[in-house]
Design a protein around this ligand. Structure first.
Ligand code: NAP
Length: 522
């Protein structure tokens, strides 16, 4: 019988219902699990989270909630092998790629457990120092940060069922805000299993963590004004979410992480034969092929000096050709599958669109697959070269969510920066070169339209964290097309789950507040 991913709401696992959506292995096509359709009991489940979950979480100090995250981490660490097995079967990823999701999620959870421990007994957070508002200095204003009086709903994308949960849940739970997660259906099994393990271990209070699988119907209708919504997914879904009355009328706070046409730039000084050139080629190949290009941060546009475009193309193509694509169960496989056959079709369609303005420099579909057949969701990497950098438009607007990148030749750094901005807002830009002055100039020019700018010189060639890797110490998100959101970035992430209020009054009462000595309970 197919494993059913049931919903957990109001502190209870709902009974398995009729299978409406199925999850499958993208390599073999085998059915793995199923979900139901529209969830029952959403309004009650959300109310339970807002009352029981929030009350229990906010009765704790930041340090106590951090300890709770550490306990959740221990539960998950003990089951890592199970998560790798689910990832292999359901996402079709190699062990290394599964690690980016599974261990990336656990690392981020541990990171916030440590940050929270340092907040110790605190029960309120302040924003800046008190401002004196009267001549006798007795009347003051203090900005206070308090957990939002609602729940955090996460609607997540298919590509990071583990990391996508924990990078959001860790700061939310640390803030004292209960979480309801709705994973993308196609890979919901891993999120479901992790939630189940943590819930069954009893390390979180009832109502702190809930899950809805299978259908997003009714989720937004169940939100009330003090809830927050964090969405990760496509720009089209994001647009429909933004126009929902909960957001448009009731001001539910929303964070959106959407499509992104990230760039990776080879600086003019990094000529073939230099260490910076080699670093660029190695990292570009890695970032194109990790998780078969299904990372929101993957460099879709590779900007290189026009004069060396062919040299870059040949070097990248040579390395792509050495990567075997196919069934991740085979130890020789370097790149696994896309998540589904429908993603495969979407990548093929996107490639045809880009080919209208670009030539193919490397076509991975010409290589035989390893232990996988033509009906699988495996696809070889493709490297394109845009024919006319200034005339091309699709390369700056259409995200192909697969192992595809386009080389674009630029004239000088001003041209490169102008081309980068044509993505209209991206998550990340990386620049490779040996001249610190040039790297700094690029960073200054790129930062206004990129959430993160990643600079790599030979000096940090072995230690940098990678263009595509999202580290919890740095903010993740981008302006414009990328959704305008912001996540992570150390304690900055907590701001989304807190409400800032200006408390004006006698300095003596304000100091009671900042010491947390108020006697208030939620
Ligand atoms: P998607 O189709 O937009 O789905 C994302 C989530 O939204 C899924 O959970 C989906 O549920 C749900 N959903 C669909 N329609 C909805 C609606 N009308 N109301 C509420 N929820 C709805 O995106 P995807 O295909 O999973 O993910 C790929 C995209 O995500 C890519 O474009 C990628 O760039 C982007 N992404 C961005 C980031 C980032 O951090 N910026 C990270 C990862 C991915 P169902 O699965 O049940 O349909």
């Amino acid at each position: 019988m197919t494993y059913f991913l049931n919903n957990f709401l109001s502190g209870q696992w709902q009974a398995a219902g009729r299978a409406v959506h199925t999850l499958s292995d993208p390599v073999t096509g085998d059915t793995l699990a199923a979900t139901g359709g529209a969830a029952d009991g959403l309004a009650e489940g959300f109310a339970f989270a807002r009352s029981e979950g929030a009350r229990a979480l906010q009765a704790m100090s930041y340090g106590q909630r951090a300890a709770m995250l550490s306990e959740a981490l221990k539960v998950l660490q003990a089951k890592r092998d199970d998560y790798y097995a689910i990832s292999l079967a359901n996402s079709g990823t190699t062990r290394a790629d599964s690690g980016i999701d599974v261990d990336g999620g656990l690392f981020t959870l541990g990171f916030y457990a440590k940050l929270g421990a340092a907040l110790g007994d605190a029960r309120t957070l302040t924003d800046g120092a008190a401002a004196v508002m009267s001549k006798d200095q007795l009347f003051q204003s203090q900005h206070l940060m308090l957990p939002v009086r609602g729940l955090a709903l996460f609607i997540n994308a298919f590509n990071f069922p583990s990391w996508g949960l924990w990078e959001k849940a860790a700061p939310a739970l640390l803030s004292g805000v209960p979480v309801v997660v709705k994973p993308a259906t196609v890979t919901a099994w891993l999120t479901h299993q992790m939630v189940k393990d943590v819930v069954d271990a009893g390390v979180l209070p009832p109502g702190a963590l809930s899950i809805v699988c299978g259908s997003s119907a009714g989720l937004l209708d169940a939100l009330t004004p003090f809830d927050v919504l964090s969405f990760t997914g496509s720009a089209d879904t994001a647009a429909s979410i933004r126009s929902h009355p909960a957001i448009a009328r009731d001001s539910v706070r929303v964070n959106i992480e959407a499509d992104s046409l990230n760039v990776s730039i080879l600086a003019e000084d990094a000529l073939p034969g230099t260490p910076a050139f080699d670093l660029y080629v190695d990292n570009l190949v890695r970032d194109i092929t990790i998780k078969s290009g299904q990372r929101c941060t993957a460099p879709r546009r590779a900007l290189v000096p026009k004069a060396v475009l062919h040299a870059v193309g040949e070097a990248v193509a040579g390395k792509l050709a050495a990567i075997r694509v196919g069934n991740p169960r085979n130890a020789d496989t370097g790149m696994g599958a896309l998540v589904s056959r429908s993603q495969y079709d979407s990548v093929r369609e996107g490639l045809e669109l880009l080919k209208q303005e670009a030539s193919v420099m490397f076509d991975g579909s010409a290589q035989p697959l390893l232990d996988a057949d033509a009906n699988s969701a495996c696809i070889g990497p493709t490297l394109l070269a845009v024919r006319d950098a200034d005339a091309a438009s699709r390369v700056h607007s259409h995200e192909v969510f697969g192992p595809v990148s386009s080389l674009i030749g630029y004239r000088d750094s001003a041209h490169a920066i102008a081309l980068a901005h044509r993505g209209l807002g991206s998550l990340v830009a990386s620049v490779y070169g040996a001249d610190d002055g040039m790297l700094a100039c690029y960073a200054h020019g790129l930062a206004s339209s990129h959430g993160r700018v990643h600079l790599v010189s030979p000096e940090v060639g072995k230690t940098h964290t990678g263009h595509g890797n999202v580290m919890p110490a740095s903010v993740h998100g981008g302006p414009g097309r990328a959704g305008g959101g912001e996540e992570l970035g150390g304690l900055r992430a907590l701001a989304f789950y807190h409400r800032r209020s200006a408390i004006q009054g006698p300095a003596t009462a304000l100091s009671r507040l900042t010491q947390g000595a108020t006697g208030f309970s939620y």
